[in-house]
Design a protein around this ligand. Sequence first.
Ligand SMILES: Nc1nc2c(ncn2[C@@H]2O[C@H](COP(=O)(O)OP(=O)(O)OP(=O)(O)O)[C@@H](O)[C@H]2O)c(=O)[nH]1
Length: 350
Amino acid sequence: MPTPRRQMPRRIYPLRILGMGLGGMVVGVVLWERHASVSAWLAMVLPAFVWPHVAYLITRHSADPYRAETRNLLIDSALAASFVPLMHFNLLPSVLLLTLTMVDKITTGIRGLWARALPAMLVGGLAGAALAGLHWAPETSMRVMVACLPVMALHTLSVSMVSYQLIRQSARHNQMLDELRRVDALTGLFGRGHWQEQAEAALRRHHASNEPACMLMLDIDHFKEINDAHGHTVGDEVIRALAHVVRGNVRAGDCAGRYGGDEFAIVLPGMLAKDALAIAHRIREQTEGVRLRSLPGVRITSSIGVAPADHRHSNLRAWIDAADAALYAAKNGGRNRVAGCMEPALAPAV
Ligand SMILES: Nc1nc2c(ncn2[C@@H]2O[C@H](COP(=O)(O)OP(=O)(O)OP(=O)(O)O)[C@@H](O)[C@H]2O)c(=O)[nH]1
């Protein structure tokens, strides 16, 4: 896929044809008004109507098109500045062309290009003066003002459209970055960071309004053995299959995430412990029923710890520790089981 850097010459080509062409027409009106010499006309026609194509050929045949295009942009500025003495410093088109060529440099986003354009413009201005002499006629006629309008309007519109596209692109990239941050690539469940934010919010709601919430910590049993026996690709398939089971057992408002390697964490807002235990049991049972497409003989089990949020959980760490303790109780109890945290009403349920 072509990178934005490689696309730059192709993107700039039509813009240069348009910009230099319209600029050349403005200069042409000034030259026509003052009955300029053939050499002055040539000094307008070559940069305005021939240079854009030469510039494109240079970049196309360059080993480093980006660098060549950057150089061309500086030449654009020099050529625009050369028009100023050619127009005998006609005020409106001179200011307009110098301003627009500077805007062009700034909107490329290339660091420091506008500063490098200043000496280029000085050289261009001096070259124009050497060719046309130094004549001072700053008055701008109505005809020249009218000739400036298309440049002003089209340049402003094209810069706005480029900015609009960049803003849209950057919004899309931000959305993708946010998605990458929120979602675990292997399972499509929430990533750990986003899961923690959601879990913290559920715990805050619990403390603020006593809204019940439960946390499930799930770990695949002997997962290392599956990896060792069948390889990491099968291991990944197991993780994905488990994520599928988890996803099938949570509601839209629940928060299921991949907490680490083969460990999943689920927050069930608004759910009482007995209902959370029922869900944990269902997940455990369905895990036993998982059959891998690539290796149907592999059997998978999971251990799950359940911890309802309570007043002792002053922060998320404490709540996770409670769910972890329940998970280890399930592991120590022989695996492939569900255990609730220490609360009497929840004493290990197998
Ligand atoms: N395939 C795969 N393996 C992973 C991934 N992340 C971590 N692991 C592996 O998961 C294994 C985690 O094993 P543990 O949870 O420590 O132990 P276990 O074998 O599951 O044993 P118990 O949890 O005690 O039942 C390690 O071998 C890790 O290398 C992953 O994204 N893909």
